[in-house]
Design a protein around this ligand. Structure first.
Ligand code: C2E
Ligand code: MG
Ligand code: MG
Ligand code: MG
Length: 281
């Protein structure tokens, strides 16, 4: 009967919902324990390279979390849960401190290139994080130009009037500012003209779309963003370059720098130092 089917439907809906909630609760509980010790977290670093020579120009720090069952929980899963639960500032502070450590170790190994880290939504607006960044730079006596922050285009433009002056202050101290996932947000042209950023990062979606049979639209977007970066004097990095074909199309359209599996995957620091030493001739 209809009522019977509806009963089953409601039951299945509830069970999926309950499973999702239970999963979030498990992540959240484990996340709190993990954050208290800090130990299950580590950074992997992905080189940013020249599209033509493959030479590294810097690195992006990406967070990894090893869960109690030894599996790695991807940041796309635990960062949103952390944000919704008020834990994101704690994560950003931990990532900042691990990034500073990475900068020091890379410097000691002879590699003086900037390292960027990702800031969770809203954290850039927190006075804590700006103070932390300034304090870390002073305490550890690192060159501010070796540190970079990445904020998404959506973040930077949603709270533009509040965030843009903060980004500008960071830049005035020498810290780099990258606008992440560029092209997927909704910056207005007037915001763009005034955007406090040193670099924009073309979202990997567009690079991926370059490989499609009908890539005309993607090609137009890729070209427009390259002109825009040139006009407004932003450095430009393409994300997610996986194929030789994509590399060539990007070079043809004025791109100089990229990140992607074609060049190097994100690696723990010791592997990165090996990669750099074998790359360095
Ligand atoms: P994102 O900042 O845009 O980072 C780029 C993501 O693309 C990374 O995924 C990286 O591993 C991946 N990637 C790099 N090259 C390629 C490629 O050639 N092909 C493909 N398919 N993917 C590539 P990951 O590490 O899983 O991070 C995902 C997102 O999670 C990041 O996007 C960033 O938004 C967030 N995230 C990562 N670490 C942190 C962190 O420490 N703090 C915060 N707040 N967010 C983080
Ligand atoms: Mg990023
Ligand atoms: Mg990105
Ligand atoms: Mg992304």
């Amino acid at each position: 009967s209809k009522a019977h089917r509806r009963g089953i439907y409601v039951y299945q809906f509830d069970s999926a919902l309950i499973q999702r909630l239970a999963y979030r609760m498990k992540i959240l509980t484990e996340l709190k324990t993990a954050l208290a010790s800090g130990e299950p977290f580590f950074l992997v670093l992905q080189p940013k390279v020249s599209l033509t020579s493959g030479e590294p120009i810097g690195f992006e720090a990406l967070l990894r979390w090893r869960m109690e069952d030894d599996s790695l929980c991807p940041p796309s899963e635990f960062i949103p849960i952390a944000e919704a639960s008020g834990l994101s500032l704690e994560i950003s502070e931990m990532v900042l401190s691990k990034t500073i450590q990475a900068i020091k170790l890379l410097s000691q190994a002879g590699f003086l290139l900037p390292v960027s880290f990702n800031l969770a939504n809203k954290d850039i607006a927190s006075p804590n994080i700006v103070n932390d960044i300034n304090r870390c730079i002073n305490e550890h006596e690192i060159d501010a130009t070796l540190l970079e922050i990445e904020v998404t285009e959506t973040q930077a433009t949603e709270d533009y009037t509040m965030i843009n002056p903060i980004l500008r202050e960071m830049i005035s101290r020498g810290v780099g500012v990258s606008i992440d996932d560029f092209g997927t947000g909704y910056s207005s042209l007037s915001q763009l003209a005034d955007l406090a950023a040193t670099t924009i990062k073309l979202d990997q979606k567009f690079v991926n779309d370059l490989s499609c049979e009908n890539n005309e639209k993607a090609l137009h977007i890729v070209q427009m963003i390259s002109r825009l970066a040139e006009r407004f004097q932003f450095n430009l990095i393409a994300e997610g370059v996986e194929t030789e074909h994509q590399r060539q199309l990007l070079i043809d359209n004025g791109y100089k720098y990229a990140q992607g599996y074609l060049f190097a995957k994100p690696m723990p620091l010791d592997m990165l130092v090996n990669w750099l030493q074998s790359n360095d001739k």
